[in-house]
Write a protein that binds this ligand. Sequence first.
Ligand code: ADP
Ligand code: MG
Length: 240
Amino acid sequence: MALLEVDSLTKRFGGLVANKDINLCVQAGEMLAIIGPNGAGKSTLFNSLACNHAPTAGSVRFDGRPMRGLRPEDAAVLGLARTFQIPRNFGDMTVLENTMVGALLRHPRLHDARAKAAAVLRQVGLADRVDKRTAELNVAGQKRVELARALATEPKLLLLDEVAGGLNPGEALELVDMLRSIHAMGVTLLIVEHVLEVVMRLAHRVLVLNFGQVIAEGTPEEVVRDKKVIDAYLGSKHRV
Ligand SMILES: Nc1ncnc2c1ncn2[C@@H]1O[C@H](COP(=O)(O)OP(=O)(O)O)[C@@H](O)[C@H]1O
Ligand SMILES: [Mg+2]
């Protein structure tokens, strides 16, 4: 049984079809990347998977369970966590407190949640900033705080929406190592990513969206050579 099964998923906003008839299976232990131009419907798909909104048609099953009618907090309890393209942290709270919000899901005693949060913050390289007010961090730092909060919920599946956006090349490589260590702990990763180097280094499989539809699927090497993908997204500068 796949960890995540998406069957004929469609999402409309009025007359706009943001996702059309998407089929997708993610096996436990996979690292799958979704790429595609701005407006292709990548974040909309994440919103359906994580129960931030209900799809117009089609179904999502996570760990064998239909997700229809559930709320994001229900998805988190089941083991599905996500980050947002634009981080949604509690800006006035410290980095540790933000991470504790996630840790409290499985560690209701404050003392245990604090210990869990501190361990996650070491893993994501924020151990030296635990007491900082989160709003004072730069974008890369804020993204890590959100990643830490999601990880602290101890997910089976983690959805990351453009977690490398705005990072310099050194920071992006550091992120690749961090995501590898998260994956090595047994977390299945589904990432939406524009930074192609991160995709090429991490993904086992890549799905390409364009105008809400899947136009290609394969290994990173296969999709970057695919003419449809080059025409829709990569352009000639990435031609290999
Ligand atoms: N809540 C919404 N209401 C109306 N239109 C939306 C909403 N969210 C996304 N869209 C539209 O759906 C399309 C896909 O958006 P999005 O999923 O954010 O794309 P991507 O993440 O691939 O850049 C875009 O045309 C966008 O304007
Ligand atoms: Mg997006």
